[in-house]
Design a protein around this ligand. Structure first.
Ligand code: SAM
Length: 223
């Protein structure tokens, strides 16, 4: 393992300890840490950012969008409590980095990206990297992916102003959804929504975060 990657994993571990009083997780699951170790963040970045790939910070990926901070990727992934049998819906494919991590932890990943160029490049990248359990769609993730629902877990990697009912409806009983909620470029909270066996939703605020906004408008969907 490179020194830079080792440092990045150490930073994730120490951030997890520092934020444990909010997140309730002093350390992340071993499988989550192994997946993060196995996915080279540099492979998801434009060439001029590759040197910073292992910094614990978000970086620009084009079209005004970002690849999230590695600690936040680890935290959101850990909070989903994935099992190898799970089917996951991701909203906001971006570079495909988070998608690749999910693909190592669950059976099937359906991911939706609003910006066509990002959807196309992440689809190509994930295919080249050999991820066969991922389907990328270009469209508006606010509406979810009804034909593939219900999902064991849903992860939204852009900030919504409210909890989207379409996504809650597409969550299985016993499922979990992690989503940043708040106004664009203002106060946002990472929220965890859990659906119990009776279909009742419980929400919990985990931590303050800063995400790019979820772009919501009617749009055509293309596969
Ligand atoms: N997880 C990504 C990664 O690992 O690179 C980073 C995601 S970035 C913070 C948020 C992404 O959400 C952007 O690529 C943006 O285009 C996308 N997005 C915003 N609104 C969306 C929507 N309504 N549906 C689908 N994707 C959306």
């Amino acid at each position: 393992m490179s020194k830079d990657l080792e440092n990045m994993l150490d930073v994730i571990r120490s951030e997890a300890k520092c934020t444990a009083s909010y997140t309730g997780r002093e350390a992340f699951d071993k499988r989550v840490m192994q997946a993060i170790q196995a996915v080279d963040r540099a492979a998801f970045l434009p060439s001029h950012y590759k040197k910073q790939a292992y910094d614990n910070s978000p970086l620009l990926i084009g079209h005004g969008q970002t690849i999230s901070q590695p600690y936040i990727v680890a935290l959101m992934t850990d909070l989903l409590d994935l099992t190898p049998e799970d089917t996951v819906l991701e909203i906001g494919t971006g570079s495909g980095y988070q998608t690749a991590i999910l693909a190592r932890l669950a059976q099937q990943i359906f991911t939706i990206e609003k910006i066509l160029e990002l959807a196309d490049s992440s689809k190509r990248r994930l295919k080249e990297l050999g991820y066969q359990n991922v389907k990328v769609r270009c469209g508006d993730g606010y509406y979810g992916w009804k034909e593939k629902a219900p999902f064991d877990a849903i992860i939204v990697t852009a900030a919504a102003t409210h909890m989207p009912q379409n996504l809650l409806d597409q969550l299985k009983s016993g499922g979990r959804m992690i989503i940043p909620i708040g106004l664009p470029y203002m106060h946002q909270e990472l929220m965890l929504a859990s659906k119990d066996k009776a279909g009742k939703i419980k929400t919990e605020s985990i931590l303050d975060v800063a995400f790019v906004p979820l772009i919501v408008e009617d749009s055509a969907v293309s596969n």
